[in-house]
Design a protein around this ligand. Structure first.
Ligand code: NDP
Ligand code: 8X3
Length: 254
């Protein structure tokens, strides 16, 4: 097993959901965690509850210049990143292709694809230079299947799948490992963001069955990161027990 204690782990989207759960898990195991997201107040509150050394970092992954400057400006003791967890992401809307908003599409593409690329392109060569590192992307079942009205969100997650595979091919001659965790339905703020604060619509996504929680995904991410050096987990797809595919979830109502 690889000892995660004292590793430096950068987690994007640490202010909520899966990223927050990963932050708690890695910190509990003794890793030094860089908590990155746009909402700095949330990151600071989270850092105050974590047992290990943590660095809250205000970062909009979709802003190329800010990503470059923010990573270049990391304090020296936080620069040697051992694990990068590309988790920041979002969905906007659930609309038919011919009715969807171009702004929504651009926000998803800028965050889910370009954001992951900006950060990985800076950090991967540093890992190669140091001769160690692990990039773990959070994809989705939406990266394997396309569901009605999922159009561009699914396209962004298919891109994450392709980029993950491309990274692994191109880094194979180095000690840097690349993995992806691809969840089905996880109860987080994801649906609130997708439906722009429509609480009832967001809640209905998780009713009639037991969804996954952020901790279930953090378990998988931590397991992947703690495998021995010679073990590279390529991909894990995780569903709630009631889910069988992107479009099929067995819901039971009284
Ligand atoms: P949440 O909405 O709970 O969390 C999303 C996180 O991403 C927040 O911390 C948010 O922080 C951050 N984020 C969004 N945009 C940016 C940005 N431009 N720059 C930096 N951070 C950003 O959703 P989840 O935890 O569910 O989502 C995490 C990942 O998991 C996403 O990539 C999502 O696609 C994926 N996923 C989710 C599933 C689910 O069912 N929930 C299933 C499969 C995959 P802030 O707003 O503070 O910047
Ligand atoms: C999030 C899961 O099925 O809502 O990626 O697209 S789904």
């Amino acid at each position: 097993m690889t000892e995660v204690k004292d590793m430096t782990v950068l987690i994007t989207g640490a202010s909520s959901g899966i990223g927050e759960a990963c932050s708690r898990r890695f910190s509990k195991e003794g890793a030094r965690v860089i908590l990155a997201a746009r909402r700095l107040d949330r990151l600071r509150s989270l850092a105050a509850t974590l047992p290990s050394d943590c660095l809250p970092l205000e970062l909009d992954v979709s802003n190329r210049d800010k990503v470059t400057k923010t990573i270049a400006g990391l304090p020296p003791e936080w620069r040697d990143i051992d694990v990068l967890i590309n988790n920041a992401g979002l969905s906007r809307g659930l609309d038919r292709f011919h009715e969807a908003s171009l702004d929504d599409w651009e926000e998803m593409i800028d965050t889910n694809i370009k954001g992951l690329l900006y950060l990985s392109r800076i950090i991967a060569p540093l890992m190669v230079k140091r001769g160690r590192g692990h990039i773990i992307n959070i994809g989705s079942i939406a990266g394997h299947e396309v569901y009605p009205r999922g159009n561009v969100y699914c396209a962004t997650k298919h891109a994450v799948d392709a980029i993950t595979k491309g990274m692994r091919l191109d880094l194979v001659e180095t000690p840097v490992k690349v993995s992806t965790v691809d969840p089905g339905l996880v109860q987080t703020e994801f649906s609130m963001v997708r439906f722009r604060g429509d609480v009832d619509r967001a809640k209905s996504v998780y009713q009639g069955y037991r969804p996954l929680g952020g901790d279930d995904i953090a378990d998988a991410v931590f397991w992947i990161a703690s495998r021995p050096d010679h073990v590279q987990v390529a991909e894990i797809v995780i569903f709630p027990s009631a889910q069988a595919s992107a479009a099929v979830t067995h819901k039971q109502f009284e």
